[in-house]
Design a protein around this ligand. Structure first.
Ligand SMILES: [Zn+2]
Ligand SMILES: [Zn+2]
Length: 375
């Protein structure tokens, strides 16, 4: 959405008048990323970018909670430059450079705290062409300066014409620019069917199909490429949403194995989530600052996970009013998860070999094969 300011316009006031949650958008003034606390001068162009397609959340109203008192600082908290980003939780205004440094430092901390990457390891990164993997690719390629490891991009083409073409092209360009080798695979070649073809068969839970088939392919290829770990671009919002969804749907087993398989197996390449402590909004801002541009095709046309959207709205609403909510949710869930895992570990779980494809599975027939047989 593009608006030319007809008078001096407070961004936060504008967002609230439009019924938009600051958590769900990034704002630019004359093309520069701007904190929501900024004011656009008369004649300047304001762009409001939804980094995921979501309908408005709040009804038109006065700014609430922390935004009521949020003031625009003319200087970055670390230097003399004007700020590009405002972080309501630690209440920080930061310029482009200091925001990026903070972002990369947070990733380094997560890598260290969860022992995600060790020096010399071979790390794969699922690169989809979306903002999360774009941001992670950039950040990891920078972090390699202080923690040397090998980085390889893995791109999977699910076969969604229109949506995927542009994303795949973008993924390829970024990998080339950063000098990171890229391996490409497709559903068509590996499974003999694309997501669009599966959609035509009237499948309703298409996102589950896509997820299961992607995960299986990513794991298989990571093993073949002899990778130590596979990094995925899940951020703090994804973690909070997934945990909440598992609770709502009463899926304690899924909850228990989120982020870490219940049984260690050399057949499963360990997955790491270096962005797990960072809000989606910050990931979107970092991606934008490093050249990522959002377009109308940024969402999968088949995406219809209504409950996830609902949960996403509610969590964003809470974060908007009570900054730090997502972080606290994630911390509570990880405490609860430990307790559930200890209980589950007492039961006998073993990894079998799928009787059709030979891939590791907890049942005789893996989920991917079961889904493909059902078509
Ligand atoms: Zn600065
Ligand atoms: Zn199978």
């Amino acid at each position: 959405m593009k608006i030319t300011a007809s008078c001096n316009t407070s961004i936060i006031q504008l967002l609230h008048e439009l019924g938009l949650c600051p958590e769900a958008v990034i704002v630019t003034i004359d093309g520069e990323l701007a904190p929501e606390t900024a004011t656009a001068k008369k004649g300047q162009e304001i762009r409001i970018i939804h980094y995921k397609h979501v309908p408005p959340l709040l009804s038109a109203q006065e700014p609430q909670g922390p935004w009521k008192k949020a003031k625009y600082e003319k200087k970055c908290a670390e230097c003399e430059l004007p700020p590009s980003v405002y972080l309501p939780h630690p209440k920080l205004h930061l310029c482009e450079k200091h925001f990026s440094l903070r972002f990369e430092k947070q990733i380094k901390h997560s890598i260290r705290d969860y022992n995600m990457i060790e020096s010399g390891q071979k790390i794969g990164l699922g690169v989809s062409g979306g903002k999360d993997s774009f941001a992670l690719l950039h950040a990891l390629s920078r972090i390699r300066n202080s923690l040397p490891f090998e980085l390889i991009a893995i791109t999977i083409d699910e076969g969604i014409p229109g949506y995927r073409d542009e994303a795949l092209e973008r993924a390829e360009k970024t990998c080339k620019k950063l000098g990171i080798p890229q391996h490409k695979y497709s559903f068509k070649k590996e499974y003999g069917i694309t997501i669009s073809q599966i959609a035509k068969k009237g499948v309703t839970n298409l996102c589950s199909y896509c997820g299961v088939l992607r995960r299986k392919l990513l794991n298989k290829k990571a093993r073949e490429l002899k990778l130590d770990k596979v990094a995925i671009g899940h951020n703090l919002d994804d973690v909070a949403q997934t945990a909440m969804l598992n609770l709502i749907r009463n899926e304690p087993m899924r909850f228990a194995r989120f982020n870490e398989p219940l049984v260690e197996s050399s057949e499963f390449v360990k997955r790491i989530r270096p962005l797990l402590a960072i809000r989606e909004k910050e990931v979107a801002s970092y991606a934008y600052l490093h050249g990522y541009r959002f377009n109308s095709g940024c969402c999968c046309p088949h995406s219809s996970n209504a409950m996830r959207w609902g949960v996403r709205h509610q969590i964003n609403f809470l974060e908007d009013r009570y900054p730090g909510t997502k972080q606290k949710m994630s911390a509570s869930f990880s405490t609860l998860q430990k307790i559930v895992r200890e209980k589950v570990a007492k039961e006998n779980l073993e990894i079998k070999e799928c009787r059709e494809c030979g891939e590791p599975s907890s049942t005789d027939l893996c989920m991917a094969c079961r889904m493909l047989n059902d078509l």
